[in-house]
Design a protein around this ligand. Sequence first.
Ligand code: FAD
Length: 464
Amino acid sequence: MAVESTTDAAGRSPSELSIAIIGAGMGGLGCALALAKKGFTDIQVYETASNLGFVGAGIQMAPNLVRILTRWDCWDKIAADSTDVRETSIRDGASNTELTHVDMGNIRDKYGFPHCTGHRASLAGGLYDGCRKESAITFHFGHALVSVDTFSPKPTFTIQTRDSRTRQVTADVLVAADGVKSLTRNALLSQLGLAAEAEPTGQAAYRVMLPREKMESDPDMMALLDSNQVTRWIGERRHWIAYPIHGRQIYNMSSIQPDVNFEAPSLSATYTTKGSKSAMLSVFDDFCPLVKKMLDLVPDGEVCEWKLHVHKPLPTWSHGSVALLGDACHPTLPHLNQGAAMAIEDGAVLAEVLARVPLPASDSMGEQTARAISKALAVYEELRKERTSTLVDLAAFSGRTLHLGEGKAKEERDRQFAEAKKNGGNVPDKWASPDVQKMIYTHDCMQVAAERFQELYCAATAES
Ligand SMILES: Cc1cc2nc3c(=O)[nH]c(=O)nc-3n(C[C@H](O)[C@H](O)[C@H](O)COP(=O)(O)OP(=O)(O)OC[C@H]3O[C@@H](n4cnc5c(N)ncnc54)[C@H](O)[C@@H]3O)c2cc1C
């Protein structure tokens, strides 16, 4: 596939650029596949873990993500294991009374792509299978980035293998998709004399999965499992969100609650640990019998707990020929279900941008090439920052609204839920609100990048 270098017909093709990606999470996999689909021929992915190793949990895949996966020819296999979401029910956690109900049956017609729930492993597996079909992509599992040594003209970085051997690697572009604990982010900011450590949010999440056979004897549970519904039970400072995944063989439940029980000797790369079932039950002991009945079914030892982190917006996402992507630069609370989607969109946009970077025909020192790449990375940030900041802020706002305690603000929220239940319209739970869905789902990030590259690259050139 030809790279779309539209700006300098006489120059080198960007497809010759060597790209190193740190992290084979959702963002790293998406970025590798996006670059290969644009014709890049040398894409090296370094991942600390010895395999994909995704937390066993569900994930919501909204139309803006499905659009991209469809273009990359990897949606059909993921879809086979997914469930279409046609409705959402938001309920009071203590009483199970429905506060509002949003019909989502028309999402596919409205936006051209469905909103689905699925297994994280199936999304990651679909992306990975797509990557494996591309000879341009090489995976290096069990290879951890330990330092970024130079940022320009060609980034150099040190990789450590499982047997503690280290080697220095050079690439034309280094993409850091190394997640919320990003080492590259810290290196990049410290190079610029800045600091922005990830901050705990004071919130944690439990993730549990109920197999169909455990639910079979209970008609209320089976009604949820056999539905096309996402259900949220909300209470003060806590909630559960749940939906069927894996061909309705699993009911996936994830919560948010104050971060008081998380205990781990050291924090893993993704801030996850094994949670205590009894602690989980006590956090939700005033929730309705239906929720408690489901939590009771969870086998001991199968509660996963995530400590949720964010950080303040970064002053920059790139330096020299090094760029950040996904949770490394805009970690988010999960209330909008867009974290993985944003990471994958970032990769798609980065590929659109790098495929258009005008390169000089010859550049023995590599400095002109590095300058062009650096401007292209500024264009990538320009294309992505406003959208990701808006979504991160909306997710935080939605969390505050969902977790209100008794008082006037909660009364008003519940009035709005009731009004929407009666007459339709927008709801305070932002992910389910038609106005927010429209804003998120109609955005075709690849098309916008293609349309705006030239104008933004010229502006970046004028500024430099
Ligand atoms: C409770 C919860 C529910 C969520 N639900 C949804 C949802 O429904 N929909 C949605 O779109 N998003 C959801 N998200 C968000 C989503 O999971 C993340 O935003 C997304 O996984 C971020 O992808 P990433 O590739 O940036 O980071 P990650 O997925 O964290 O991947 C980073 C990768 O980099 C590797 N790595 C780290 N450091 C190094 C190093 N030094 N060297 C080499 N490799 C390294 C890690 O091992 C990891 O594989 C949810 C998040 C949470 C916490």
